[in-house]
Design a protein around this ligand. Structure first.
Ligand SMILES: O=C(CO)[C@@H](O)[C@H](O)COP(=O)(O)O
Ligand SMILES: [Fe+2]
Length: 219
């Protein structure tokens, strides 16, 4: 079953509760929350206080994508704020295995993200320990960028590695996914789709969520 994770990076921040509620009522599975620190990526977004404020307003799985340096310092705060899944970037972790252990010590799911230019072997020795791999299909930092096509062979390869090892690791893809290319992304191996501008930039947010879900269910 394909899961949909709308990214609130493209939501209307002055109307955040309504925008979250809209995707939840339309059938979204996760809420993708992009955390940026202005160091790892050239943008600053949401912190733990916002996550804590929206937590009681939604039953969606809170999927927190940390695009920050030194994530170990902030992981406890995001857990306390209500994260269900925390994703860290392999490129931002000095001791990736230790960071994964830290996330899992709180009893939540741990995931590792790879930038478009980072090879899959960056996660080779932690694959058995994580719940999800996030393959970035744009360079992180902003919504509304174009999908990078070299993501597709990377996804196929990852899917093959996970199947060969008989692991239960989700494959999430993030960046530039829309109703025209989602089929290709799923067919290449993704089972969790992040979409920001294709949902929140659409004229009809509810219909966009439903259409993503319809396409996912048809594959
Ligand atoms: O992590 C990021 C960007 O760094 C994403 O989660 C974006 O929010 C996706 O936005 P679209 O590319 O779908 O507009
Ligand atoms: Fe993201």
């Amino acid at each position: 079953m394909i899961k949909l994770a709308p990214s609130i990076l493209s939501a209307d921040f002055s109307n955040l509760y309504c925008d979250i509620n809209l995707v939840e009522q339309s059938g979204a599975d996760y809420l993708h929350i992009d955390v940026m620190d202005g160091h790892f990526v050239p943008n600053i977004t949401i912190g733990p206080l916002v996550v804590e404020a929206i937590r009681p307003k939604s039953k969606l799985v809170f999927d927190v994508h940390l695009m920050i340096e030194n994530p170990d310092m902030y992981i406890p705060q995001f857990v306390k704020a209500g994260a269900d899944i925390i994703t860290v970037h392999a490129e931002a972790c000095k001791h990736l295995s230790r960071t994964i252990q830290l996330i899992k010590s709180f009893g939540i799911k741990a995931a590792v993200a790879l930038n478009p230019a980072t090879p899959l072997n960056a996660i080779e020795y932690v694959l058995d320990d994580i719940d999800m791999v996030l393959i970035m299909s744009v360079n992180p930092g902003f919504g509304g960028q174009n999908f990078i096509n070299s993501t597709l062979p990377k996804l196929r390869k990852l899917k093959e590695i996970i199947s060969d090892k008989d692991l239960k690791v989700d494959i999430q893809v993030d960046g530039g996914i829309n109703l025209n290319n989602v089929k290709e992304v799923v067919e290449a191996g993704a089972n969790i789709i992040v979409a920001g501008s294709a949902i929140y930039g659409s004229d009809n947010i509810e219909e966009a969520v439903k259409e993503f879900k319809r396409i996912g269910a048809s594959l």
